[in-house]
Design a protein around this ligand. Structure first.
Ligand SMILES: Nc1ncnc2c1ncn2[C@@H]1O[C@H](COP(=O)(O)OP(=O)(O)O)[C@@H](O)[C@H]1O
Ligand SMILES: [Mg+2]
Length: 324
């Protein structure tokens, strides 16, 4: 939408720019990808950008990395003097070795990251957005984590990871045998507060000369709970002439977003989400409900303190009142 500038993330950006490698944690729609993009612009690094959600296998991961590196290589070769050539060529040689069957995939990942960290003339950063979603590639994921950990500890290469899967992210950071938290600065990305939420929407509307009652703009914060994704959508709806923020619940984009996401869960997981949204005990889902709840916590859908609650305010509402 029109709210193109990155609002209220100066503090976070400063911390990211001060750190060598970072791990961004926060629920879906809180602004991790936006923050990473902004980091790339502000730091001026050339990003090898991997979308963890799109990685389906180790082979796939390598191919994406290869493509990203080739694009970067071409870009630099087209623009800069070739003094850097040998440094930049080294990761390409690793790619070729791998393609010619001279190294196995895990050796390749390790060597490739190492070669990346030797590059000096150009500032490179490796970004893996939605990193924990790569766990679906199985044991190779552990090997990749190991390689990332090793590289990040040497502090030559900026590596930025992100995850919406709060439980998995915490487990990964705190694992005893591979404590990523020792090599990565972990940043929890928070929702906007009330004042910033109102300012964010008002500013966006102002840009387009649209106005909505103050009361509606204030109410948007309570509905979106400060999540930028929902504030943006409410703002967009306001631009479309719909000032009432409650309309976000019946907006087809909102509903499609969650319907698609929920379709990736098991039916038992969906059942438990519905129970929690209605303030009922997850145990009503019968055998193994505790285990299923654990998965929902790992995937970042649910938080459990004294009682369980759904992290996303809109999802909670949609399930509670059976809009979806
Ligand atoms: N700081 C921000 N300023 C303005 N808009 C933002 C900001 N952070 C997020 N957004 C909006 O919210 C949406 C979701 O943000 P995104 O970065 O994709 O979240 P995440 O990656 O955490 O799921 C974005 O499309 C963007 O419109
Ligand atoms: Mg994202």
């Amino acid at each position: 939408m029109g709210l193109r500038y990155l609002y209220d993330r100066d503090e976070e950006l400063r911390k990211l720019l001060e750190s060598k490698s970072s791990f961004l944690i926060g629920p879906l729609g809180i602004g991790k990808t936006s923050l990473l993009k902004s980091y790339v612009t502000k730091s001026g690094c050339e990003a090898i950008w991997i979308d963890g959600a799109k990685v389906l296998s180790l082979e796939n991961f390598i191919n994406i990395m290869k493509k990203e590196y080739k694009d970067f290589f071409k870009k630099v070769m087209d623009s800069k003097e070739t003094a850097l050539f040998s440094e930049l060529k080294a990761p390409m040689l690793e790619i070729e070795n791998y393609q010619n069957g001279k190294s196995d995939s895990l050796t390749f990942v390790n060597n490739f990251l190492e070669e990346l960290s030797y590059i000096q003339g150009v500032k490179i950063c490796l970004i893996i957005d939605d990193f924990t979603e790569m766990r679906k590639i199985g044991t190779a994921f552990t090997e990749i984590k190991r390689a990332l950990y090793k590289t990040a500890r040497k502090r030559n290469l900026n590596i930025l990871l992100s995850s919406s899967e709060l439980g998995y992210a915490k487990e990964i950071l705190q694992r005893k045998d591979l404590p990523l938290q020792k090599a990565f600065f972990s940043l929890t990305v928070k929702p906007f507060n009330q004042e910033d939420s109102a300012f964010f929407i008002s500013k966006g509307l102002e840009q387009y000369g649209v106005s909505c009652p103050k009361k509606n703009i204030g109410e948007a914060y309570y509905i979106a709970e400060g999540f930028p994704l929902w504030l943006s959508l409410i703002g967009l709806r306001m631009l479309e002439g719909k000032c009432n923020p409650q309309g976000i619940y019946t907006d087809s984009r909102t509903q499609a977003f969650w319907v698609e996401r929920l379709s990736r869960l098991t039916s038992k997981e969906r059942q438990i989400l519905r129970l929690i949204a209605k303030n009922k005990s997850f145990k009503a889902a019968g055998p193994h409900s505790r285990r299923t709840l654990e998965y929902l916590i790992r995937k970042g859908y649910v938080l459990s303190n004294k009682y369980e609650h759904i992290v996303d305010p809109i999802l909670n509402y949609l399930l509670k009142f059976e809009y979806i």
